[in-house]
Design a protein around this ligand. Structure first.
Ligand code: NAD
Length: 256
C-alpha cells in the first residue's frame, strides 16, 4: 500500500475485463477505459459483434482484445478469463455490465423469464465476480465494479425480476466487499438512472417516456458518458479506500 496521491481515473498498464461489451453501456465503458490507458478485454457471447469496437479502440491508440463469455455459464466465464489473461495479462479490474430486462406485468412473468433475468443479472455477476476475485486474491488484489440500477433501490411496474436482480446485486456488492477486503479486492457498484442507449431511445421519445423524463429532477435522461466519472473513480486507485459502496448516477431520480 502506498501513500502517494491517487491519480483519478489513471488506468495505465491495467487490464480491465468488461462483460456485455458488444453494445450499449458496455461498449461505451470499454472505450472510456481504453482511453484512460487500460488494456481492455471485450467480453460478449458472440465475439463477431466485437470486431468494430475493437477496431475503433485500436484506431484511437488503445488496446483491446475480444473474448467469448456467457456470464450465465461458469465454464464459459473461466474460459473467457483465461483467454483475456493470455492476451492482455492478469485482470486488475472487472466491470460486471452484462444485464437484461424482460418487462411484463408480474402476473404474466414465467419461470423462464425469471431465471433468464436472475441468471444474467445476479448469478452472472456472482460467477464473473468470483472468478475475478480468485485470480486477484492470488496477486495484488483488484477492483470489481458491478453495474446495478436505481431500480435496485426503488421499484417500478412491470420489472419485478429486474428490480429484484439489481437489489440482489447491490447486496452482493456489499457482501463481497466485506469478505474480499482482506485479500485486497474492492467491490463497488454504480446505480445508473435512466441512460439513453440505442435500445431504449425509441421508448424515451414516446409520450410515456417523455412523461418519465419530466419526473427526473435534472429534467433530462443520462447520456452514456455521464457514467464515466463514477466508472473511472471505482476502476482506478482513486477509490482505493472505497469498498461495498453504491454510487448513484441518476440526475436526482431517486430524490423524486
Ligand atoms: P444492452 O442491452 O444494450 O447491453 C447489455 C449487454 O449485455 C449486451 O451486449 C448483451 O449482449 C449482454 N448480455 C446479455 N446477456 C449476456 C450473457 N448471458 N453473457 C454475456 N453478455 C450478455 O443494455 P445497456 O442499457 O447497455 O445495459 C448495460 C447494463 O447497465 C445492464 O446491466 C443494465 O441493467 C444496466 N443499466 C442500464 C440502464 C440504462 O438506462 N440503459 C440503467 C441502469 C442500469
Amino acid at each position: 500500500m502506498t501513500d502517494a496521491p491517487a491519480r483519478f481515473g489513471d488506468l495505465t498498464g491495467k487490464t480491465v475485463l468488461v462483460t456485455g461489451a458488444s453494445q450499449g453501456l458496455g461498449a461505451g465503458f470499454a472505450t472510456t477505459l481504453a482511453a484512460a490507458g487500460a488494456k481492455v478485454a471485450l467480453a460478449a457471447r458472440q465475439t463477431g459483434k466485437l470486431a468494430d469496437l475493437q477496431t475503433r479502440i485500436e484506431n484511437a491508440g488503445g488496446t483491446a482484445h475480444a473474448v467469448a463469455m456467457d456470464v450465465t455459464d461458469a465454464g464459459s466465464v473461466r474460459a473467457g478469463f483465461d483467454a483475456a489473461e493470455a492476451a492482455l495479462g492478469p485482470v486488475d479490474v472487472l466491470v460486471n455490465n452484462a444485464g437484461i430486462a424482460i418487462p411484463k406485468p408480474f402476473l404474466e412473468v414465467t419461470e423462464a423469464d425469471w431465471d433468464a433475468v436472475l441468471d444474467t443479472n445476479l448469478k452472472g455477476c456472482f460467477l464473473a465476480g468470483q472468478e475475478a476475485a480468485r485470480r486477484m486474491a492470488k496477486r495484488d488484489g483488484g477492483s470489481i465494479v458491478n453495474i446495478a440500477s436505481v431500480l435496485g433501490q426503488q421499484v417500478i411496474g412491470q420489472l419485478a425480476s429486474y428490480c429484484a436482480s439489481k437489489a440482489g446485486l447491490i447486496h452482493l456488492t456489499k457482501a463481497m466487499g466485506l469478505e474480499l477486503a482482506r485479500v485486497g479486492v474492492r467491490v463497488n457498484a454504480i446505480a445508473p438512472g435512466y441512460i439513453e442507449t440505442p435500445i431504449n431511445a425509441e421508448f424515451f421519445h414516446s409520450p410515456a417516456g417523455e412523461k418519465l423524463v419530466k419526473g427526473i429532477p435534472q429534467r433530462r435522461l443520462g447520456r452514456e458518458n455521464d457514467l464515466d466519472g463514477a466508472l473511472l473513480l471505482l476502476a482506478s486507485d482513486a477509490s482505493r479506500y472505497m469498498t461495498g459502496t453504491v454510487v448513484t448516477v441518476d440526475g436526482g431520480f431517486l430524490l423524486g
